[in-house]
Write a protein that binds this ligand. Structure first.
Ligand code: GAR
Length: 219
């Protein structure tokens, strides 16, 4: 079985990156991270990558005149690794349409909300402000419109009275760290296919997001 080749884009702590590294090292995931690229030089995720001998590239967006020039350089860097999948793991920069079209449909993103709810930033606080009783995490295919591509899988949790933005972030992370390795595992086993813009799971179109729960086969 072919080893799935990944390039992971980050902007910060990289705890999702760590979960993917751990899944690979414990042989739960047949993948290889060819490079980790951060648009922020101080992202802790770069340190995590180096600790595991993964090429860690800092591409500071502040050194580029505009988004187009930055994304062109990012595209060149990524193309040199020829990845099967580009994994956005806490990558906090909007990507240009040209960049997305260059790699579509092989860019995945993890977003801390039950999309289509709360696209963009501050998702946890917005769920609290809206008095939502549940909240969650989505993994979706990236398309040019922000946080709007087809959702593959969602994980949900309830919002309790004592929750605040930090506790929701922790709950989200706990799910995310299981969900990203799982989705990548499905890709490596070809249970999930991203050809065209309609993902297929076990050869069936994913018309509504799969629910990450005991009901979803983790194999
Ligand atoms: C994650 O919670 C991810 O869902 C979110 O950033 C966090 C990164 O954490 N992504 C977005 O908000 C994308 N719009 P990490 O750096 O510890 O993996």
């Amino acid at each position: 079985m072919k080893t799935l080749s990944l390039v992971v884009l980050i902007s910060g702590s990289g705890s999702n990156l760590q979960a993917i590294i751990d899944a690979i090292e414990s042989k739960q995931l047949n993948a290889q991270i060819s490079a980790v690229i951060s648009n922020r030089p101080d992202a802790y995720g770069l340190t995590r990558a180096r600790q595991h001998d993964i090429p860690a590239i800092s591409l500071d967006h502040k050194h580029y005149q505009n988004r187009e020039l930055f994304d062109q350089q990012l595209q060149l860097e990524i193309e040199s690794f020829k990845p099967d999948i580009i994994v956005l793991a806490g990558y906090m920069r909007i990507l240009t349409t040209a960049f997305i079209n260059a790699f579509s449909p092989t860019i995945l993103n993890i977003h801390p909300s039950l999309l289509p709810k709360y696209q963009g930033l501050n998702t946890h606080q917005r769920a609290l402000d809206n008095n939502d009783s549940e909240h969650g995490v989505s993994i979706h295919v990236v398309t040019p419109e922000l946080d709007s591509g087809p959702v593959i899988v969602q994980g949900k949790f309830s919002i309790e009275k004592e929750d605040n933005s930090e506790s929701l972030q922790q709950k989200a992370h706990k799910l995310e760290h299981q969900m990203y390795p799982l989705v990548l595992n499905w890709l490596s086993k070809q249970r999930l296919k991203l050809n065209s813009d309609m993902p297929l799971f076990d050869e069936k179109p994913v018309l509504t997001p799969l629910l990450f729960e005991a009901t979803v086969d983790a194999g």
